[in-house]
Design a binder for this molecule. Structure first.
Ligand SMILES: Cc1ncc(COP(=O)(O)O)c(C=O)c1O
Length: 430
């Protein structure tokens, strides 16, 4: 959707007017913003890295600390929110978040662990069908994950793992090239794993088209939604995606090292022939405490759980998911489009000579911006003015206006600081 931005919206007043019209603006007050030395809110644009702390997270964690103090082991059954089924408090919210049935999602472990666990189930290579397709600029952990899985199955990772590359001189992969690569790999393709959005460029690939084409070749399709969950409107069930994993400390604000999520399509649930690494928390809830030697898998995604989960991490995740449930992904995506388009418009109209947006139109909230004049000086100024975003050497800034807590006025202030730095004549060309 195209947004109309008028010259009056270039002022702080104009941005504040957009905030007044924003039905989600009230959610900002539910978060703790780190403060500047003057006690003001920092300009926080790093929600793609670590989301801000929901104020309620403290209460939710304290509630469980209190239950532990008062009840000890009995908290598993008699805490206000008993710990035994505590992870189930997240299930409905995760299902809404990724467009899944409740049986298809589970909160467990951390992202890379879940990626490995699901590759154990969905990367079942044979001598003829063993290739894994990934992006060439994938997050290192994902690359280590697929390489080590290929080696684990006795393949040479350099042969098994195929990296999608942009055309020479281009920064992002063209959709047609991605689809053509799947065609070319054909029957040799065992698995496609893509970061959606890509963590470095912000590019978002078309879930459904990729899934359909790769599955037609007999391959499985998994998405790493580290930068997609809480950022994109997802319909994983309807798109027939085989599996997905995501972390919850970025857009989902669950705190450092927060618990991850996993989606397994119901096509693969309750199947006797599926390979899986097993642990007692994946075992039938009725018989689990009989401590028998045989694994009876749960009929849901919970069958992939290994251990009893960390309750304090789940508690902070609950605090954030409450906010997502109240805001709804549909409304968040509407605001995301508006807010990120506002940032795009301001970058182009006020800083077009000094910056270039490298994120394509298919994107979420994050914009990656190439800085054409003295990135080092810009970074120093941003830092001195308590602007939090991140920098990728040599010249890319990644900035995310998170729709749950960022405002149009934040975007205005960010651009003002950037203007000050980039118009400074002592700054040098990049
Ligand atoms: C795309 C992507 N994959 C994997 C990871 C690794 O996540 P974890 O440390 O939770 O396993 C990250 C973390 O930032 C990420 O952004």
């Amino acid at each position: 959707m195209k947004y109309e931005f008028t010259p009056e919206m270039k002022s702080l007043k104009g941005a504040e007017l957009l905030d007044q019209r924003d039905p989600l603006s009230k959610f900002r007050q539910d978060f703790n913003f780190p403060k500047t030395v003057n006690g003001e809110d920092q300009l926080y644009f790093a929600g793609h890295s670590l989301g801000l702390m929901p104020k309620k997270a403290k209460d939710y964690i304290n509630e469980e600390l209190q239950a532990w103090a008062e009840l000890g082991v009995e908290g598993h059954f008699h805490a206000k929110n008993p710990w035994m089924p505590y992870h189930e408090n997240i299930t409905a919210s995760f299902a809404r978040l990724v467009g899944a049935k409740e049986s298809e999602v589970v909160a467990m472990n951390t992202l890379t662990v879940n990626l490995h666990l699901l590759m154990v189930s969905f990367y079942r290579p044979t001598p003829k069908k063993f290739k894994i397709l990934i992006e060439n600029n994938t997050f290192p952990s994902d690359k280590y994950g697929v390489d080590s899985q290929a080696r684990f199955h006795g393949f040479n990772a350099k042969e098994a793992v195929v990296e999608l590359k942009p055309r020479p001189g281009e920064i992002t992969v063209r959709e047609e090239d991605l689809l053509a690569q799947i065609e070319t790999l054909g029957d040799s393709l065992a698995l496609v794993i893509l970061g959606n959005c890509n963590y470095l460029s912000g590019q978002c690939f078309p879930f459904e088209r990729i899934t359909k084409l790769a599955q037609a070749k007999g391959a499985k399709v998994g998405f790493n939604l580290a930068h997609g969950a809480g950022n994109l409107l997802l319909k994983l069930h309807d798109w027939n995606v085989d599996f997905a994993v995501w972390c919850s400390y970025k857009y989902l604000n669950s705190g450092p090292g927060g618990l991850a999520g996993a989606f397994i399509h119901e096509n693969h649930l309750n199947k006797k022939d599926i390979q899986r690494f097993e642990g007692w928390w994946g075992c039938n809830k009725e018989s689990r405490f009989k401590m028998g030697p045989d694994f009876e898998p749960l009929p849901t995604a919970e069958a992939w759980q290994l251990s009893n989960p960390p309750i304090f991490q789940l508690a902070s995740l609950r605090a954030s998911m409450d906010l997502f449930d109240r805001a709804t992904m549909e409304k968040l995506v509407e605001k995301r489009n508006h807010l990120t388009s506002f940032l795009e418009w301001k970058l182009k109209s006020e800083l077009g000579a000094f910056t270039e947006i490298v994120t394509p139109a298919e994107r979420g909230a994050m914009l990656c911006v190439k800085v054409k004049k003295d990135p080092k000086h810009l970074l120093e100024v941003l830092k001195s003015r308590s602007v939090i975003l991140d920098f990728r050497y040599p010249d890319i800034l990644r900035m995310t206006p998170a729709p749950l807590y960022n405002s149009f006025a934040d975007v205005h202030r960010l651009i003002e600081v950037m203007k000050e730095a980039l118009h400074d004549n002592s700054a040098r060309p990049a």
